[in-house]
Design a protein around this ligand. Sequence first.
Ligand code: NAD
Ligand SMILES: O=C(O)C(=O)C[C@@H](O)[C@H](O)[C@H](O)COP(=O)(O)O
Ligand code: ZN
Length: 371
Amino acid sequence: MAVIPVEIASRPYEVRVGAGLLADLAQNCSGRLRKRGVPIVTDANVHAAWGSLVERNLRENGHEPQWRILPPGEQTKSWAELAATVDWLLSLEVERGDHVIALGGGVIGDLTGFCAAVLKRGCHFIQVPTTLLAQVDSSVGGKTAINTPAGKNLVGAFHQPSLVLADLSVLETLPRRDLLAGYAEVVKYGLIDDPAFFDWCDENASRMLSGDRDLREYAVAHSVASKARIVAEDEFETTGRRALLNLGHTFGHALEAETGFSDRLLHGEGVALGMVLAARYSARRDLMPHGDAERVERHVAEVGLPASLAALRLRCDGDALVQHMLHDKKMDAGTLPFLLMKGIGRTYLDRQVSLDDVARFLDEELAREPA
Ligand SMILES: NC(=O)c1ccc[n+]([C@@H]2O[C@H](COP(=O)([O-])OP(=O)(O)OC[C@H]3O[C@@H](n4cnc5c(N)ncnc54)[C@H](O)[C@@H]3O)[C@@H](O)[C@H]2O)c1
Ligand SMILES: O=C(O)C(=O)C[C@@H](O)[C@H](O)[C@H](O)COP(=O)(O)O
Ligand SMILES: [Zn+2]
């Protein structure tokens, strides 16, 4: 098992990565489960695959799981589910010192974390991420949120978990499409500031995605360590350092909004395509070598993630996508800083980007035949 510390001064915690953590959930949470009842928020797919294992372990250790089983999918990050889940926690008389468990992917983690942030002005929560995406990204760092009709993650809070348990065994039941979507956030760390990790991804992604346990442990632990380092430097995204984790997300979130936060484009798929677009836009402006941008696009396409905007067959133009971007949380005094690249592993925040220019670039990309 790997243990990665998240060294946030006000509230340090650890991320444990290894196989079999869920089968020992009560032991892994020891000292944190103060009462017989343990509130667990999950979704129907995760409950079907892993609920009985959790149920057995908690009961064997004198606890009674209190399940809230939500519909799977992005639509669950909503006002309605937030209100209903907070009311449910209140009905259980959860106290500030209690821990709520988020057992699921990023949707469950983001929603449950936000419920924990607002319940009685903040109670504890434990992240038990069950997707690759949640293990390498969303369970760490304390961003919690729901979506609104205006856009992605527009209502939320920074609220750190007390513990993260990333059990590699649970990835065995994850559908291939969701596994790939999570991989986008893995390779993102290479593109941000770690070219050696991008090389590792280029060499090992295929075997890692096919199930090699050692490679998976390395990918998850290395990704978590990257995220922990960046978050510890800039917990509240005020210096620009944490904004690097948003690479590909300005394009990606706009595409998610345009496709109605639906199964048409998963978050990780939007991020993958968004990183290709950030690379291609950077190369178009001669900020990044064209060869590097081609390498990014080739890698994304080779693993099986979306790498072409035209292939999405959207019925909109570049201006419509830029309209979505105006809701981006990085907006600052009417300008939108963009994560661009000077090369692989050389991402930076560019505050001089013209949104008109981005719209024209997107028009070209929408019309460009897939390679
Ligand atoms: N807070 C953050 O820092 C952060 C970071 C990245 C992404 N996110 C958010 O995370 C969300 C995406 O997360 P996701 O990709 O995990 O999606 P998800 O939570 O929707 O899970 C994907 C699918 O996999 C199923 N599933 C989950 N675990 C499973 C398992 N072990 N076996 C079988 N099926 C399983 C789910 O039911 C769902 O259908 C987005 O809303 C995104 O905005 C947040
Ligand atoms: O933790 C962060 O910071 C990130 O940006 C990680 C992203 O992968 C994640 O999708 C995040 O929720 C996006 O943040 P947002 O502030 O653009 O909603
Ligand atoms: Zn993301």
